[in-house]
Ligand binder design. Structure first.
Ligand code: UDP
Length: 237
C-alpha cells in the first residue's frame, strides 16, 4: 500500500471490542488489529482513542436520577480504561508495540498521557491508546479524539462507525439514501448532518483536522482510507 498519511488518530467506539454491543470479545476487534498491523508495517503512526459504550455511557445509564451525571461520566471514563487495557494486550498479542496512556493519574494501571510522551512513542512506531477520555465529564470520546488529534498533530481523524459514511438521510430507514464521498465542514453544519459531537466537529474544523467516517465492519476499509481510495466520507475545510 502507498499511505497518504504519516500519522493518524483512530476513534474506535467501545462496541468495536464486542460482537453483541456489550462486553469484550477478543475475536471482534481482530480485523481492525490486522489492518493496524499493516499500517504500522507501512510506517504509518497510529494513535487510538477508545470509547466505553460497550460497558457504560454516562448519559445513557439507567440510574433514575440517583447517580449524578458527573459520577456516571466518570464511570464511563473508567470503562474506556478497561477497554484500553484489553486493546493494549490484544495488540501486543499480535506483536504490535502498544502503550496505553490515561488522561488522569492512575499510577498502577497506566502512565499519564502528555503530548511529548505520546509523540515520542508514536515516532518510535508504537501505537498509542488514549484512555480515560478527556478526563472531564459532560463530553464523550468524540471530544477526546478531536483534542488528541490536535495534540499529536494527526494528518487525519478516522472515525470508525457501523455505517459506510455520511448519508443525505438515514440509510437504515431509506433505501435511496446516498453516501457523500466528500463534504466541507460548513456543508455538514448547513445540512445538519450527524458526523460526531458538535463540539468535537468544530474543534477539527478550527484546527484543520480532516475527518473520515467509514464502516469498521467492512473488510480492509481502514487500509483503503489510508491509501486514499474511495471509502467512507471525507470532511475537509
Ligand atoms: N466520557 C466522559 N468524558 C470524556 C470521554 C468519555 O465523561 O472525555 C464518558 C461518558 O460518560 C461517555 C463514556 O465515558 O458516554 C464512554 O465514552 P463514549 O460514549 O464516547 O464511548 P463510545 O460511544 O465511543 O463507545
Amino acid at each position: 500500500m502507498e499511505p497518504r498519511f504519516k500519522r493518524i488518530l483512530i476513534k474506535l467506539s467501545g462496541e468495536s471490542l464486542s460482537n453483541t454491543g456489550r462486553g469484550i470479545n477478543v475475536e471482534a476487534i481482530q480485523p481492525i488489529i490486522q489492518d493496524i498491523k499493516t499500517l504500522i508495517k507501512n510506517d504509518v503512526q497510529v494513535g487510538i482513542v477508545i470509547g466505553g459504550g460497550n460497558i457504560l455511557r454516562g448519559a445513557q445509564g439507567d440510574f433514575k436520577g440517583q447517580i449524578e451525571r458527573s459520577t456516571a461520566d466518570t464511570m464511563g471514563m473508567l470503562a474506556t480504561m478497561i477497554n484500553a487495557l484489553a486493546l493494549r494486550d490484544l495488540m501486543k498479542f499480535h506483536n504490535i508495540n502498544t502503550t496505553a496512556l490515561s488522561a488522569r493519574y492512575v499510577d498502577a494501571v497506566m502512565q499519564t498521557a502528555n503530548a511529548p510522551l505520546a509523540n515520542a512513542l508514536l515516532d518510535n512506531g508504537n501505537v498509542v491508546i488514549f484512555a480515560g477520555g478527556t478526563g472531564n465529564p459532560f463530553v464523550t470520546t468524540d471530544t477526546t479524539a478531536a483534542l488528541r488529534a490536535c495534540e499529536i498533530k494527526a494528518d487525519a481523524l478516522l472515525k470508525l462507525t457501523t455505517v459506510d459514511g455520511v448519508y443525505d438521510k438515514d440509510p437504515n430507514q431509506y433505501k435511496d439514501a446516498k453516501r457523500y464521498e466528500a463534504l466541507s465542514f460548513s456543508e455538514v453544519l448547513d445540512k445538519e448532518l450527524k458526523v460526531m459531537d458538535l463540539g468535537a466537529f468544530v474543534q477539527c474544523r478550527d484546527f484543520n483536522v480532516p475527518i473520515c467516517v467509514f464502516n469498521m465492519n467492512k473488510s480492509g476499509a481502514l487500509i483503503r482510507v489510508v491509501a486514499g481510495e474511495d471509502e467512507g466520507t471525507w470532511i475537509r475545510n
